[in-house]
Design a protein around this ligand. Structure first.
Ligand SMILES: O=C(O)CCC(=O)C(=O)O
Ligand SMILES: [Fe+2]
Length: 277
């Protein structure tokens, strides 16, 4: 795993809100990621979230997969994915890119754009999550070659510097966000084409989307969204399970190790928490 970041990469990320690393996994690591994710998705069956999650508990049907097959928090119920996700090197990359001292998993997800899937509409991520932070960050790992044709992502460079809280949910047309924020619709997006084994990082507030899949093959990606340590609950349930929602109030820290494990910290007194693989 190519987990060494240069200062030029960090500077690019902070200015643009994203970074592409084409040679992230080598061949054998890519095989490990593919087989762990494929197996975990198959075992999860038609359940989008692990058992106990608050909502979205209903089983997914074909109509729900028009944009992608989405299976969330596979690290919780598959040992192979868990070993990949608790790797502190990923947490350190996320922390270094964002300049924060600790990183927790918010959620992982398999995002499989099936053949002929619809585009992913323009959106920001962090506005949907249970914490608000300028330093949320996601890694998106390509398990297949990602092309313009099969559903690559697109980023609006620099758009992460402004929170846009108020726009229609996905399901509307691809550019629905631009009706609320016309300035965004004037920008030139950057397509994120990369070979299998490549990855991108993107800030939780960057405005982004993905193409339709206009090919007969799937576009498999595995992603993990990260939350800075010390983030607090904002009242949005999102993927939190009932077990947690029943016990926290808005403003409480999100620090349940079984839900949001600390995978990297600069604090030596808490280091053992982030060394669990
Ligand atoms: O893969 C996609 O189609 C969209 C991914 C995305 O929105 C994300 O990772 O935040
Ligand atoms: Fe997103």
């Amino acid at each position: 795993m190519n987990s060494q970041l240069t200062s030029a990469q960090v500077a690019f990320y902070r200015q643009n809100g994203f970074l592409i690393i084409e040679d992230f996994l080598n061949e054998s690591e890519l095989e490990t990621w593919r087989s762990a994710v494929d197996e975990a998705v198959a075992l999860r069956d038609a359940n989008r979230l692990p058992e106990g999650a608050y909502h979205l508990a209903r089983k997914v049907t074909a109509g729900d997969e028009a944009v992608f097959r989405q299976r969330i928090n596979l690290w919780m119920d598959h040992a192979g994915v868990r070993a990949l996700m608790l790797d502190g090197r990923l947490g350190k990359m996320a922390a270094d890119l964002e300049g924060v001292d600790g990183i927790r998993i918010w959620h992982d997800q398999a995002l499989i754009k099936l053949p002929w899937a619809n585009p992913t509409t323009w959106h920001q991520d962090n506005t949907k999550w249970s914490f608000a932070s300028e330093h949320a960050i996601t890694i998106w790992v390509a398990l297949d070659d990602v092309t313009i044709q099969n559903g690559c992502m697109f980023f609006m460079p620099g758009s992460h510097k402004k929170r846009r809280d108020d726009y229609p949910a996905a399901g509307n047309h691809v550019g629905a966000m631009f009706e609320a924020y016309p300035d965004l619709g004037e920008m030139e997006p950057v397509p994120v084409v990369m070979p299998a084994g490549g990855c991108s990082f993107h800030n939780g507030l960057i405005v982004h989307a993905a193409n339709a899949n206009m090919t007969p093959g799937p576009r498999r990606a595995f992603t993990c969204a990260y939350m800075p340590d010390h983030s607090t609950f904002n009242g949005i349930p999102n993927v939190l399970p009932r077990r947690i929602l029943d016990t926290i109030q808005t403003g409480d820290p999100l620090e349940d190790e079984d839900q949001n494990p600390l995978i990297h910290t600069c604090d030596p007194t808490r280091e053992n928490l982030s060394r669990r693989v």
